[in-house]
Design a protein. Structure first.
Length: 141
């Protein structure tokens, strides 16, 4: 299990993607309840998710593990992962409303196009950002 009652969301992202790193930083600032934990898809924790859910091994997307009310976990990708991640965050109220209006196949197509070109547009990095000590609990290995 990578989620807990305190942290019901675990978001795995491309740790080498500059856009992804900036988005995670933004999410950390606006998630005042600190409900989300983060991990790079290149990390050991994500490999344990892949072992349990092999269908996400080569997916070109963020991967969100969401805790169910009964303590089980659901794995979401692409636009469904974005929707679930930003749902309930006041800073993302408008984008969340827009995503609810867009049919999932269309949103997934847009996500796929963005995902294909994000590193070309925003760049990539080989080093990890420094995590503040007070935020360390939010990061998974």
């Amino acid at each position: 299990m990578v989620t807990t009652e305190r942290h019901p969301l675990a978001l795995f992202f491309d740790g080498e993607c500059c856009f992804c790193n900036r988005w995670v930083g933004r999410l950390m600032k606006v998630d005042t309840e600190r409900r989300t934990r983060f991990g790079a898809k290149q990390g050991a924790t994500f490999q344990s998710v892949v072992a349990a859910h092999p269908e996400v091994a080569n997916v070109r997307s963020i991967v969100l593990v969401r805790r169910d009310a009964d303590g089980g976990e659901e794995v979401l990708t692409r636009s469904a992962a974005v929707r679930a991640t930003i749902n309930g965050l006041p800073a993302y109220r408008f984008p969340s409303a827009i995503l609810r209006l867009v049919p999932r196949p269309i949103a997934d197509c847009g996500y796929g196009i963005f995902s294909r070109y994000r590193k070309v547009i925003f760049g990539s990095q080989n080093i990890c950002d420094i995590v503040k000590p007070e935020d360390r609990e939010l990061f998974l290995d």
